[in-house]
Structures are given as structure tokens and as C-alpha cells.
Design a binder for this molecule. Sequence first.
Ligand code: NAP
Length: 280
Amino acid sequence: MKQLYGVIGNPIGHSMSPDIHNAALQDKNINGQYFAFQVEPRHLKDAVNGIKALGICGVNVTVPHKVAIMEHLDEIHESAKVLGAVNTVKREGDRLIGYNTDGDGFYKSLVKVLDKPISELSILMIGAGGAARAIFTTIVRREPKQFDVCNRTPEKAESLIAAAPSFQQKRALTLKEAENQLEQYDVIIHTTSVGMYPKTDAVPLSLERAKTGAIVCDIVYNPIQTAFLKEAEKRGLTTLDGVGMFVEQAALSFKLWTEQEPDSSLMRAIVEGKLGGTQC
Ligand code: NAP
């Protein structure tokens, strides 16, 4: 029998998840199909019951259901508990278990461009939203030399760094404070929506003071080459685009459901083909 998978969100029409998961299922010769389901918040509980009743093997969860779905699941894995958000649901028998692969997905994409262990790196993160929380909690477990967070609303950066009470090498900064001491950081991770289509000219801060050899990451992937990454390239810095995180978090979901490692380069090529270096 065909194995069914999907993504639930609202809106969901532009999701690239069906493209990359269906290609990976086919590539791995798995008799399965992945669908996009638009689910209104008022129907979330019924949708979860539907996943169970119809025997759907796994779903991804996106905006606005990542937090709200938690109360409807049978179990929350540690990866989602620490974030207070679920992006992957796996069915085990009659039980639905919530996981979060966002932080590990980013980490998997980051290590590909690192030439030093995390413990030797000073990191700055711009932004303190849901994606930032996933990245922060995942990376502090690897004990970087320093991990500072700056945000337009500094109180949110304060509350984010407080989420890792046992990790001490951290500060909450304003955007201006971070910009003025950028030469301290080996890795700069941008996690806000600034620069996302259609406002593609916007950058979160100036890279004028970034140090030579710094790595600049942007988790925005529409466009793939954001204005922030273009500025970093112009300054000769190493860059990491947001497609890496998108593909790796999807690959981790795929592995949870199928116990098979998908070809992430195939998934990446599909995203690049769809975005075509432009915006949609
Ligand atoms: P979120 O929880 O809503 O957080 C938004 C963040 O952006 C907050 O820090 C917010 O600052 C900041 N922000 C928004 N508009 C701003 C502006 N005009 N100037 C300065 N800061 C601004 O969103 P999220 O879920 O973390 O997602 C953030 C971005 O990451 C989105 O573009 C999303 O597409 C992308 N993302 C990519 C991946 C991937 O796989 N590559 C995964 C998840 C998310 P305040 O606190 O001051 O409001």
C-alpha cells in the first residue's frame, strides 16, 4: 500500500516540500506520495485526528500550526519540547509524535562550511523569532566560545538567551551594538525576514566591520542570494544561503519517517530549479 505523507499549514500553496519529498521518495524507490494540506486553525484538531484515522505516516507542520499542534499530539520529543514548537510529526502505531528538525537542519548545513570546531567560534545571531530559537538552542549545546543575539526588539533577544540557562558565554544586544562590534564574530547568522521577497533590497545591518574570513549565513531562501549575502560576497566573506537549512531539515524529517537518508543534493537542485535564482 502507498505510504502517505504531507505538510499542513495555512497558506500552503507556495510550499516546495511536496516537490522535494516526492522526488526523494521516488529516488529511494519508496511507494509513497507527499501532499500539501491547507488547514485552517479552527480545523487543526480534526486534521490531526484525520492524520491518525487515515494512517498517514508523517507530516511536516508549518505556520501557523507549529505551536498549536502540540496539545493534539500523543508525545512530544525532546527536540520539540526545548523549542516549544513542532515541525515534524511521525506516526508510530496509533500514536503521533512531534519532533523539531529545524535547529539540526541548520547545524548540518553550517558544519559544511566550517573549518574550525564550534568551541573555537564566536557567533552572532541576528533575530530572536522561532527559527532563531531553534538555531540558538541547537548550537549552544555544542558550546561555542561566544554566542550573542541581537534583535530589533532587544527584550526578545534577552528572553531567547535566557532559554539556555547553563550556557554563560552569551549577550543580548541591540542591532546597533552588534553592528559596532562586528569584528568580534567568526560566524554571523541572519534569521529575520528582512530581505525576503518582495523587499529584496533590505539588509538587517551593515557588514562594514565584519572581520576578514567571517562566515555570513542567511536563512532566508527566497531569494536564494539575498542582499545581505551579496554584500558579504562583495567583501570577500564566506556565505551560506538558506536553502541548506531548508533542505537539511526536510532530509531529517524524511529520515525519521523512512529510516533512509535522502539525497540532499537532489533536493537542493529542485529548490534551485523552482526559485531559479529569482523570486516567487
Ligand atoms: P518569526 O518567529 O516571526 O521571527 C521574526 C524575526 O524577524 C524577529 O526576530 C523579528 O524581530 C524580526 N524582524 C521582522 N521584521 C523585521 C524588520 N523589519 N526589521 C528587523 N527585524 C525584523 O519568524 P521565523 O519563523 O523565525 O522566520 C524568520 C525568517 O526565517 C523567515 O524569513 C523565514 O522564511 C525564514 N526561515 C527559513 C528557514 C529555512 O529552512 N531556511 C526555516 C525557518 C524560517 P522582532 O522580534 O523585533 O519583531
